[in-house]
Design a binder for this molecule. Structure first.
Ligand code: ADP
Length: 259
């Protein structure tokens, strides 16, 4: 069971104002996207393939410029402004280095920063503990299940202590049972780390289970057509079979069908 945080009194961390993106080939990927994301939120982006979800992530991460409009990364504390080094990424495929052990995969971002072996291993052990993989430090990726590989990928993102975690369909390749286990794991991590999480999914059930808010997007040109608040429910197995859960699933699905 995971308790859910509320974000009503926290800072705005990311402000997207009127963001549009037109690629050189003439494709309008995003049109006039407005969205404010508060510190500590868990916001899912749901929408059809090609509606610009990944493009929003790239723009937030500074990997792509909007054609018009602005993206402001704001202060995550009284003194520190969020910058690119505070942003972690997790993708659908774990993209682990097959010849490296679990601990050395997780420690890679610190190795690239020139941090010594003893310190990076210490930090890698701590994040492996957080994702429940401390018994697998010396395993190779191929010895792990898909769900475990995804945990390694999440641990590798967490080792840099991101304030903002961008997750692009991270559980899309997992079977349903593993996916549901990962939901609990992710919510526990979110709770322990105070990160803000932005999460892309095609799965309406997943978005309702995980999020504090859901941004529903339209097909091209991608717009955020609806933003639904998910009330502060306890996230346990019973939640999935409550009328409230079904109602929210219905609302998100309706938002998608309108498009
Ligand atoms: P989603 O993540 O929702 O599937 P994307 O953000 O990846 O969608 O892409 C939105 C649209 O922009 C798609 O039609 C895609 O083909 C197009 N697109 C994405 N990246 C580029 C690019 N670098 N150049 C041209 N078109 C692109």
């Amino acid at each position: 069971m995971v308790a859910v945080k509320t974000s009503s009194e926290t800072n705005t961390l990311i402000q997207l104002s009127n963001v549009s993106k037109v690629f050189d080939n003439g494709v309008t990927a995003l049109k006039n996207v407005h969205l404010a994301i508060k510190e500590g939120e868990f916001v899912s982006f749901v929408g059809p393939s090609g509606c610009g979800k990944s493009t929003i992530f790239k723009i937030i991460a500074g990997l792509s410029e909007p054609t018009s409009g602005t993206v402001e990364l704001q202060a995550h504390s009284a003194t520190e402004k969020l910058d690119q080094s505070d942003i972690g990424f997790v993708f659908q495929h774990a993209t682990l280095l097959p010849w490296r052990s679990v601990i050395d995969n997780v420690a890679l971002p610190l190795e690239l920063k020139g941090i010594g072996k003893r310190e990076r291993r210490k930090q890698a052990k701590a994040v492996l503990n957080l994702v429940g993989l401390n018994d697998y430090e010396t395993s190779l990726p191929r010895q792990l299940s898909g769900g475990m590989q995804m945990r390694v990928s999440i641990a590798r993102a967490l080792i840099a202590k991101p304030k903002l975690l961008l997750m692009d369909e991270p559980f899309g390749a997992l079977d349903e049972i593993t996916r549901q286990t990962m939901h609990y794991e992710l919510l526990k991590i979110w709770e322990k780390t105070n990160m803000t999480v932005l999460f892309i999914t095609h799965n309406v059930f997943e978005s309702v289970f995980l999020s504090t808010r859901i941004a529903v997007m339209s097909a091209r040109p991608g717009r955020v057509t609806d933003v639904l608040d998910v009330p502060d429910y306890e996230k346990n197995d019973s939640f999935r079979s409550t009328p409230e859960f079904s109602k929210l699933v219905g609302e998100v699905s309706k938002g998608l069908q309108h498009e």
